[in-house]
Each structure stands twice: as C-alpha cells, then as structure tokens.
Design a protein around this ligand. Structure first.
Ligand code: C5P
Ligand code: MG
Length: 222
C-alpha cells in the first residue's frame, strides 16, 4: 500500500491528544503567523512547524518526487494535495519527539507541544490530520485586513527570495485564503476552538494579546 493510501485508510490518530498538544495557527498570508510563533517558541517551549517551510524544504530536497508539483502549487497560491503536507508534518512531529529511533517507539506515548503554522488551509486537511495524526486543541487565528497583508508581503518580498511574494502570486494566495481556508476557520469557530487575535497592530502588541488569550484558555504557563 502506498503512503497516500495508508493515510487515506487510517482512522486512528498516531499521537494521543492527551500527550501531545497541537495548536493550529491560521491567518492570511502576511498576517504575522511566523513572527508570533517564534516568540511563543522562545517563551513557552513549543515546537514550531510551518507547513509552508516544510513544503519549500521538500521542494528543494534532492530526489524528492514532489519537487515540481510543490513548486507549481506554491507559485500559483494553490493548496498542495493533503497527503504530501500531512506526511511532512507527521514526520516532523515524530522527529521532534523521538529524535533517536523513531521506528522503535510507541508513538501513542510520545509527548510534545506544537504550533502548526499555515495548516490546515483546506477542510480535507483539517479532518484528515485530526483523524489520522492528532486532534487539535485550539486554533490561533490572526485576523488582518488584506491591504495590510499585501503591504507586508511586498515589503518581505524585497528580501525573502520567495517565488510567491510578488503582486500576482499574492493576489492568488488571497483568493485561496478567502475561498478555501476561511471555511476551516469557520468550522473551528463553530466548535468554540478559535482564539482570534487582531493582527493589525505591532508585533509586540499582537504578542501581548496572544499570550493573554492563550493564558485564559489554557492556563498560566500553557
Ligand atoms: O504558509 P506559507 O505562506 O509559507 O505557504 C506558502 C504556500 O505553500 C501556500 O501559498 C500554498 O501554496 C502552500 N501551502 C499548502 N498547504 C499548506 C500550507 C502551505 O499548499 N497547508
Ligand atoms: Mg509563514
């Protein structure tokens, strides 16, 4: 059975949500997800996994069978088929929790806390990840107007070297965000799992709000 088929058929999560805390971090492109995650890592010991970063690394890995596919999806601001992204995330989680011999451990006993940034960007990813990898505790949603996100992305594009930080790709990414990713936020909102943060302010102010809200939901040292 191929890895993709195995994932499709799997109906029990690899990791236990009693031992592993997963917080999904969502928000449009340029909302500040990565910036805020770096601060939470420094202060609270989360492992930060950016789905976009993992996809870019896989795209550039010599011998990857997905390199061209990922490049094409990213350039066009489209969502890469979920089995690719979920496999990358699951492998990265396993490596973070069991660095020495991942194949020999009882995965359901592993412990960790993760910020999963830029994921799930599509409804099928959300359902499959929770069914097959680990149930999520919360969704941290950075809410930012498009004009501000565009300003930030164009600024970042001057130095990021990213193939999608240009006006045309940005337009496509915004469209995907509205049409494909916002329904995921709405789904978790209906479940009472969304922590919404106003992302228009300075990084310091946004971080203070993030901390305050997470403390309220998860307790002091979360
Ligand atoms: O989050 P980031 O802006 O780094 O994502 C860059 C691109 O990677 C997205 O526009 C999309 O093409 C791809 N991606 C994806 N699925 C995800 C996260 C990112 O297809 N869950
Ligand atoms: Mg990012």
């Amino acid at each position: 059975m191929s890895a993709a088929e195995e994932l499709k058929n799997r109906t029990t999560p690899t990791f236990s949500d009693a031992n592993v805390t997963v917080i999904f971090v969502l928000g449009g492109p340029g909302a500040g997800k990565g910036t805020q995650c770096a601060r939470l890592v420094a202060d609270y010991g989360f492992t930060h996994l950016s789905a976009g970063d993992l996809l870019r690394a896989e795209q550039d890995r010599a011998g990857s069978q997905f390199g061209d596919l990922i490049r094409d999806y990213i350039k066009n601001g489209l969502i890469v088929p979920m089995e690719v992204t979920i496999a990358l995330l699951e492998n990265a989680m396993l490596a973070a929790m069991s660095p020495s011999s991942p194949s020999e451990v009882d995965k359901s006993q592993l412990r960790g806390k993760f910020l999963i940034d830029g994921f799930p960007r599509k409804f099928d990813q959300a359902l499959k990840f929770e069914e097959a990898v680990c149930a999520a505790r919360l969704v941290l949603f950075y809410d930012c107007p498009e004009a501000e996100m565009e300003r930030r992305l164009l600024e970042r594009g001057k130095t990021s070297g990213r193939a999608d930080d240009n006006a045309e790709s940005i337009r496509k990414r915004f469209r995907t965000f509205i049409e494909t990713s916002m329904p995921v936020v709405d789904h978790y909102e209906a479940l009472g799992k969304v922590v919404r943060v106003d992302a228009r302010k300075t990084p310091d102010e946004v971080y203070e709000d993030t901390r305050a809200q997470l403390k309220e939901r998860l307790g002091e040292g979360f």
